[in-house]
Write a protein that binds this ligand. Structure first.
Ligand code: WQD
Length: 340
Protein backbone atom coordinates (compact mmCIF):
# COMPACT_ATOMS: atom_id res chain seq x y z
CA UNK A 1 0.00 0.00 0.00
CA UNK A 2 1.46 3.33 -1.07
CA UNK A 3 0.63 6.27 1.16
CA UNK A 4 1.24 9.93 0.36
CA UNK A 5 2.34 12.04 3.33
CA UNK A 6 2.26 15.75 2.53
CA UNK A 7 4.49 17.83 4.79
CA UNK A 8 6.17 14.51 5.57
CA UNK A 9 9.53 16.09 6.44
CA UNK A 10 7.98 18.29 9.10
CA UNK A 11 7.79 17.65 12.84
CA UNK A 12 4.65 15.48 13.05
CA UNK A 13 4.92 14.35 9.44
CA UNK A 14 8.37 12.79 9.81
CA UNK A 15 7.38 10.91 12.95
CA UNK A 16 4.30 9.61 11.13
CA UNK A 17 6.39 8.44 8.16
CA UNK A 18 8.47 6.36 10.61
CA UNK A 19 5.36 4.73 12.09
CA UNK A 20 3.91 4.06 8.61
CA UNK A 21 7.10 2.37 7.53
CA UNK A 22 7.18 0.39 10.77
CA UNK A 23 3.78 -0.98 9.76
CA UNK A 24 5.01 -1.96 6.30
CA UNK A 25 3.50 0.85 4.23
CA UNK A 26 5.35 2.23 1.21
CA UNK A 27 5.58 6.00 1.75
CA UNK A 28 5.98 8.85 -0.69
CA UNK A 29 6.56 12.28 0.83
CA UNK A 30 5.70 15.61 -0.72
CA UNK A 31 7.31 18.59 0.99
CA UNK A 32 8.23 22.03 -0.38
CA UNK A 33 10.91 22.41 2.32
CA UNK A 34 9.45 25.77 3.39
CA UNK A 35 9.50 24.59 7.02
CA UNK A 36 11.59 21.41 6.86
CA UNK A 37 15.01 20.18 5.76
CA UNK A 38 15.67 17.41 3.23
CA UNK A 39 18.17 15.87 5.67
CA UNK A 40 15.17 14.64 7.68
CA UNK A 41 15.01 11.83 5.08
CA UNK A 42 18.31 10.52 6.46
CA UNK A 43 16.94 10.68 10.00
CA UNK A 44 13.94 8.62 8.97
CA UNK A 45 16.15 6.11 7.16
CA UNK A 46 18.45 5.79 10.19
CA UNK A 47 15.43 4.69 12.25
CA UNK A 48 13.59 2.41 9.81
CA UNK A 49 16.32 1.43 7.36
CA UNK A 50 14.11 2.71 4.52
CA UNK A 51 14.34 6.12 2.87
CA UNK A 52 10.84 7.17 1.73
CA UNK A 53 10.28 8.38 -1.83
CA UNK A 54 10.46 12.17 -1.78
CA UNK A 55 9.27 14.88 -4.16
CA UNK A 56 9.84 18.59 -3.58
CA UNK A 57 6.50 19.94 -4.83
CA UNK A 58 4.64 23.11 -3.88
CA UNK A 59 1.04 21.97 -3.55
CA UNK A 60 -0.14 25.43 -4.61
CA UNK A 61 0.83 24.44 -8.16
CA UNK A 62 -2.27 22.63 -9.35
CA UNK A 63 -0.56 21.17 -12.44
CA UNK A 64 2.21 19.74 -10.28
CA UNK A 65 -0.36 18.08 -8.01
CA UNK A 66 -2.20 16.62 -11.01
CA UNK A 67 1.07 15.35 -12.48
CA UNK A 68 2.06 13.75 -9.17
CA UNK A 69 -1.18 11.78 -8.95
CA UNK A 70 -0.83 10.67 -12.59
CA UNK A 71 2.63 9.29 -11.83
CA UNK A 72 1.57 7.82 -8.49
CA UNK A 73 -1.89 6.55 -9.39
CA UNK A 74 -1.41 3.69 -6.89
CA UNK A 75 -1.65 5.98 -3.86
CA UNK A 76 -4.30 4.41 -1.59
CA UNK A 77 -4.36 7.05 1.08
CA UNK A 78 -3.12 10.51 1.99
CA UNK A 79 -2.08 11.91 5.33
CA UNK A 80 -2.14 15.67 4.87
CA UNK A 81 0.15 17.71 7.12
CA UNK A 82 1.36 20.32 4.63
CA UNK A 83 0.18 23.70 5.90
CA UNK A 84 1.44 26.86 7.53
CA UNK A 85 0.85 26.69 11.27
CA UNK A 86 2.17 29.78 13.06
CA UNK A 87 -0.79 31.45 14.75
CA UNK A 88 0.87 34.88 15.03
CA UNK A 89 2.11 34.86 11.43
CA UNK A 90 -1.40 34.00 10.24
CA UNK A 91 -2.75 37.17 11.88
CA UNK A 92 -0.15 39.30 10.04
CA UNK A 93 -0.46 37.47 6.71
CA UNK A 94 -3.95 35.91 6.48
CA UNK A 95 -4.05 35.60 2.69
CA UNK A 96 -0.86 33.51 2.70
CA UNK A 97 -2.59 31.17 5.13
CA UNK A 98 -5.84 30.93 3.16
CA UNK A 99 -3.88 30.27 -0.03
CA UNK A 100 -1.38 27.81 1.42
CA UNK A 101 -3.69 25.89 3.72
CA UNK A 102 -6.90 25.76 1.68
CA UNK A 103 -6.00 25.93 -2.02
CA UNK A 104 -3.59 23.02 -1.55
CA UNK A 105 -6.24 21.01 0.30
CA UNK A 106 -8.69 21.48 -2.57
CA UNK A 107 -6.14 20.40 -5.20
CA UNK A 108 -5.43 17.16 -3.33
CA UNK A 109 -9.10 16.41 -2.71
CA UNK A 110 -9.86 16.98 -6.40
CA UNK A 111 -7.39 14.22 -7.27
CA UNK A 112 -8.79 11.86 -4.63
CA UNK A 113 -12.36 12.55 -5.72
CA UNK A 114 -11.50 11.03 -9.11
CA UNK A 115 -10.76 7.66 -7.48
CA UNK A 116 -13.42 5.08 -6.69
CA UNK A 117 -12.43 5.40 -3.05
CA UNK A 118 -9.69 7.19 -1.17
CA UNK A 119 -8.65 7.49 2.47
CA UNK A 120 -7.76 10.94 3.72
CA UNK A 121 -6.36 11.83 7.14
CA UNK A 122 -6.48 15.54 7.95
CA UNK A 123 -4.23 17.33 10.39
CA UNK A 124 -6.63 19.48 12.38
CA UNK A 125 -6.24 21.16 15.73
CA UNK A 126 -7.91 21.74 19.10
CA UNK A 127 -7.68 25.39 18.15
CA UNK A 128 -11.05 24.92 16.42
CA UNK A 129 -12.65 24.88 19.89
CA UNK A 130 -11.31 28.29 20.84
CA UNK A 131 -11.75 28.70 24.60
CA UNK A 132 -14.00 25.72 25.28
CA UNK A 133 -16.22 26.23 28.30
CA UNK A 134 -16.28 22.62 29.53
CA UNK A 135 -13.19 20.56 30.36
CA UNK A 136 -12.17 18.00 29.23
CA UNK A 137 -13.01 18.94 25.65
CA UNK A 138 -15.07 16.42 23.66
CA UNK A 139 -15.47 16.24 19.88
CA UNK A 140 -18.99 17.64 20.32
CA UNK A 141 -17.74 20.82 21.97
CA UNK A 142 -19.00 23.80 20.00
CA UNK A 143 -16.74 25.12 17.26
CA UNK A 144 -16.10 28.71 18.33
CA UNK A 145 -15.35 31.58 15.94
CA UNK A 146 -11.69 31.12 15.04
CA UNK A 147 -9.24 33.19 17.07
CA UNK A 148 -6.79 33.40 14.15
CA UNK A 149 -6.72 32.89 10.39
CA UNK A 150 -4.66 29.75 11.07
CA UNK A 151 -7.44 28.35 13.25
CA UNK A 152 -9.98 29.43 10.62
CA UNK A 153 -8.16 27.45 7.94
CA UNK A 154 -8.54 24.33 10.11
CA UNK A 155 -12.25 24.96 10.60
CA UNK A 156 -12.86 25.69 6.91
CA UNK A 157 -10.65 22.76 5.93
CA UNK A 158 -12.82 20.38 7.92
CA UNK A 159 -15.93 21.72 6.18
CA UNK A 160 -14.34 21.37 2.73
CA UNK A 161 -13.52 17.73 3.46
CA UNK A 162 -17.05 16.98 4.69
CA UNK A 163 -18.59 18.52 1.56
CA UNK A 164 -16.20 16.67 -0.75
CA UNK A 165 -16.81 13.33 1.01
CA UNK A 166 -20.56 13.69 0.51
CA UNK A 167 -20.22 13.55 -3.27
CA UNK A 168 -17.19 11.33 -3.79
CA UNK A 169 -15.48 8.13 -2.65
CA UNK A 170 -13.39 10.09 -0.16
CA UNK A 171 -13.43 8.72 3.41
CA UNK A 172 -11.77 10.90 6.00
CA UNK A 173 -10.66 11.12 9.61
CA UNK A 174 -10.13 14.58 11.08
CA UNK A 175 -7.53 14.47 13.85
CA UNK A 176 -7.72 17.42 16.25
CA UNK A 177 -4.32 17.58 17.94
CA UNK A 178 -3.78 19.17 21.28
CA UNK A 179 -0.15 20.19 21.90
CA UNK A 180 2.39 17.96 20.15
CA UNK A 181 5.77 17.83 21.91
CA UNK A 182 8.86 15.63 22.14
CA UNK A 183 10.95 13.68 19.64
CA UNK A 184 11.69 10.13 18.57
CA UNK A 185 13.68 8.24 21.24
CA UNK A 186 16.57 7.78 18.77
CA UNK A 187 17.01 11.58 18.57
CA UNK A 188 17.33 11.04 14.82
CA UNK A 189 14.29 13.23 14.12
CA UNK A 190 12.56 15.97 16.11
CA UNK A 191 11.17 19.48 15.99
CA UNK A 192 13.20 21.97 13.92
CA UNK A 193 11.56 25.35 14.51
CA UNK A 194 12.79 28.04 12.13
CA UNK A 195 13.77 31.26 13.90
CA UNK A 196 12.49 32.08 17.39
CA UNK A 197 10.27 29.21 18.55
CA UNK A 198 6.63 30.16 19.11
CA UNK A 199 5.84 27.02 21.07
CA UNK A 200 6.68 26.42 24.72
CA UNK A 201 8.75 23.24 24.69
CA UNK A 202 11.19 24.14 21.89
CA UNK A 203 11.67 27.54 23.54
CA UNK A 204 12.49 25.78 26.81
CA UNK A 205 15.01 23.41 25.22
CA UNK A 206 16.65 26.22 23.23
CA UNK A 207 16.93 28.29 26.42
CA UNK A 208 18.54 25.36 28.22
CA UNK A 209 20.88 24.92 25.23
CA UNK A 210 21.95 28.55 25.59
CA UNK A 211 20.36 29.78 22.37
CA UNK A 212 17.84 31.96 24.27
CA UNK A 213 18.57 34.05 27.34
CA UNK A 214 15.48 33.06 29.29
CA UNK A 215 11.91 31.83 28.82
CA UNK A 216 9.14 34.41 29.03
CA UNK A 217 6.10 32.92 30.73
CA UNK A 218 3.10 34.61 29.13
CA UNK A 219 1.05 35.49 32.19
CA UNK A 220 0.65 34.03 35.65
CA UNK A 221 -2.65 35.70 36.55
CA UNK A 222 -4.98 33.23 34.85
CA UNK A 223 -7.79 31.54 36.84
CA UNK A 224 -5.81 28.28 37.15
CA UNK A 225 -4.20 26.63 40.19
CA UNK A 226 -0.79 28.23 39.64
CA UNK A 227 -1.97 31.13 37.46
CA UNK A 228 -0.41 29.88 34.21
CA UNK A 229 -2.26 28.42 31.20
CA UNK A 230 -3.06 24.74 30.99
CA UNK A 231 -2.55 22.57 27.88
CA UNK A 232 -2.63 18.89 26.94
CA UNK A 233 0.92 18.06 25.85
CA UNK A 234 0.96 14.89 23.77
CA UNK A 235 4.11 13.01 22.73
CA UNK A 236 4.61 13.30 18.98
CA UNK A 237 5.23 9.53 18.69
CA UNK A 238 1.85 8.79 20.30
CA UNK A 239 0.35 11.27 17.87
CA UNK A 240 2.09 9.63 14.90
CA UNK A 241 0.80 6.21 15.89
CA UNK A 242 -2.74 7.56 16.02
CA UNK A 243 -2.42 8.61 12.36
CA UNK A 244 -1.52 5.07 11.29
CA UNK A 245 -4.40 3.61 13.29
CA UNK A 246 -6.82 6.13 11.76
CA UNK A 247 -5.53 5.36 8.25
CA UNK A 248 -5.86 1.61 8.77
CA UNK A 249 -9.42 2.18 10.02
CA UNK A 250 -10.31 3.78 6.69
CA UNK A 251 -8.36 1.35 4.51
CA UNK A 252 -10.14 -1.54 6.26
CA UNK A 253 -13.53 0.20 5.95
CA UNK A 254 -14.04 0.22 9.72
CA UNK A 255 -15.18 3.85 9.74
CA UNK A 256 -18.78 4.34 10.91
CA UNK A 257 -19.26 7.57 8.95
CA UNK A 258 -17.65 8.99 5.83
CA UNK A 259 -15.97 11.64 7.96
CA UNK A 260 -15.02 10.95 11.58
CA UNK A 261 -13.44 13.32 14.08
CA UNK A 262 -11.14 12.49 17.00
CA UNK A 263 -9.44 14.60 19.64
CA UNK A 264 -5.85 13.48 20.16
CA UNK A 265 -4.50 14.31 23.58
CA UNK A 266 -3.45 12.59 26.79
CA UNK A 267 -6.54 13.73 28.69
CA UNK A 268 -4.32 15.45 31.26
CA UNK A 269 -3.75 19.18 31.47
CA UNK A 270 -0.39 20.64 32.51
CA UNK A 271 0.38 24.27 33.34
CA UNK A 272 3.34 26.19 31.97
CA UNK A 273 5.04 26.08 35.38
CA UNK A 274 4.46 22.32 35.59
CA UNK A 275 6.14 21.92 32.20
CA UNK A 276 9.09 23.99 33.42
CA UNK A 277 9.31 21.85 36.58
CA UNK A 278 9.18 18.68 34.51
CA UNK A 279 12.02 19.97 32.34
CA UNK A 280 14.17 20.84 35.36
CA UNK A 281 13.49 17.38 36.79
CA UNK A 282 14.42 15.40 33.67
CA UNK A 283 17.38 17.60 32.69
CA UNK A 284 18.75 18.40 36.14
CA UNK A 285 19.13 22.00 34.88
CA UNK A 286 17.61 25.15 36.33
CA UNK A 287 15.61 26.95 33.63
CA UNK A 288 15.92 30.75 33.60
CA UNK A 289 12.48 32.32 33.11
CA UNK A 290 10.52 35.45 33.89
CA UNK A 291 6.80 36.13 34.12
CA UNK A 292 5.63 38.65 31.50
CA UNK A 293 2.27 39.84 30.19
CA UNK A 294 -0.30 37.48 28.76
CA UNK A 295 0.01 36.58 25.04
CA UNK A 296 -2.87 37.78 22.88
CA UNK A 297 -5.14 34.93 21.82
CA UNK A 298 -4.05 32.36 24.40
CA UNK A 299 -6.87 30.26 25.82
CA UNK A 300 -6.82 29.69 29.58
CA UNK A 301 -6.99 25.93 29.45
CA UNK A 302 -7.49 23.11 26.94
CA UNK A 303 -7.20 19.41 27.50
CA UNK A 304 -8.83 16.52 25.67
CA UNK A 305 -11.60 14.13 26.52
CA UNK A 306 -9.92 11.04 25.05
CA UNK A 307 -12.87 8.63 25.43
CA UNK A 308 -13.81 8.56 21.75
CA UNK A 309 -10.23 8.07 20.55
CA UNK A 310 -9.69 5.36 23.18
CA UNK A 311 -12.92 3.45 22.61
CA UNK A 312 -13.81 4.04 18.95
CA UNK A 313 -10.41 4.61 17.33
CA UNK A 314 -8.74 2.13 19.68
CA UNK A 315 -5.83 4.44 20.46
CA UNK A 316 -4.50 5.77 23.76
CA UNK A 317 -1.49 7.95 24.49
CA UNK A 318 1.19 5.83 26.17
CA UNK A 319 4.01 8.28 26.82
CA UNK A 320 4.21 10.76 29.70
CA UNK A 321 4.90 14.48 29.69
CA UNK A 322 8.28 13.82 31.32
CA UNK A 323 9.14 11.29 28.61
CA UNK A 324 8.19 13.83 25.96
CA UNK A 325 10.25 16.59 27.52
CA UNK A 326 13.19 14.25 28.06
CA UNK A 327 13.11 13.27 24.38
CA UNK A 328 12.83 16.91 23.33
CA UNK A 329 15.87 17.77 25.43
CA UNK A 330 17.87 14.80 24.04
CA UNK A 331 17.01 16.01 20.53
CA UNK A 332 18.04 19.60 21.31
CA UNK A 333 21.36 18.41 22.73
CA UNK A 334 21.92 16.24 19.66
CA UNK A 335 21.36 19.02 17.12
CA UNK A 336 23.43 21.51 19.16
CA UNK A 337 26.17 18.91 19.81
CA UNK A 338 25.83 19.42 23.55
CA UNK A 339 27.17 16.61 25.71
CA UNK A 340 25.10 16.89 28.87
C1 WQD B 1 1.57 26.70 25.17
C2 WQD B 1 1.51 27.50 26.47
C3 WQD B 1 1.61 29.87 26.16
C4 WQD B 1 5.67 30.00 24.59
C5 WQD B 1 -0.28 26.40 19.46
C6 WQD B 1 -1.29 26.53 18.37
C7 WQD B 1 -1.97 25.21 18.16
C8 WQD B 1 -0.94 24.16 17.90
C9 WQD B 1 0.03 24.07 19.07
C10 WQD B 1 -0.57 23.96 15.55
C11 WQD B 1 0.63 28.73 26.35
C12 WQD B 1 2.83 29.38 26.91
C13 WQD B 1 4.47 29.54 25.09
C14 WQD B 1 6.51 30.84 25.39
C15 WQD B 1 4.89 30.69 27.15
N1 WQD B 1 -0.21 24.45 16.72
N2 WQD B 1 4.09 29.89 26.35
N3 WQD B 1 6.07 31.15 26.65
O1 WQD B 1 -0.53 28.27 21.86
O2 WQD B 1 -1.28 26.17 23.11
O3 WQD B 1 -0.94 26.07 20.65
O4 WQD B 1 0.63 25.36 19.18
O5 WQD B 1 -1.49 23.22 15.34
O6 WQD B 1 -2.84 25.34 17.06
O7 WQD B 1 -2.27 27.46 18.78
O8 WQD B 1 1.02 26.26 22.15
O9 WQD B 1 3.36 26.04 22.84
O10 WQD B 1 2.58 28.25 21.82
O11 WQD B 1 1.87 27.63 24.12
O12 WQD B 1 4.53 31.00 28.31
O13 WQD B 1 7.60 31.29 24.99
O14 WQD B 1 2.82 27.98 26.76
O15 WQD B 1 1.14 31.08 26.73
O16 WQD B 1 -0.01 28.90 27.60
P1 WQD B 1 -0.49 26.79 22.01
P2 WQD B 1 2.29 27.07 22.67
Amino acid sequence: MKILVTGGLGFIGSHTVVELQNKGFEVVVIDNLSNADESVLNGIESITGKKPLFENIDLREKAAVQDFFKRHNDVSGVIHFAASKAVGESVENPLLYYENNLETLVYILQQLAEKIEASFIFSSSCTVYGQATAMPITENAPIQPAMSPYGNTKQIGEEIIKDAAKVSGIKSVLLRYFNPVGAHESAAIGELPIGVPQNLVPFITQTAAGLRKELSVFGSDYPTPDGTCIRDYIHVVDLAKAHVIALQRLLNNKNLEKVETFNLGTGTGSSVLEVINAFEKVSGKKLPYKIVDRREGDVIEAYADTKKANEVLGWKAQLSLENAIDSAWKWEKKIRAIEN
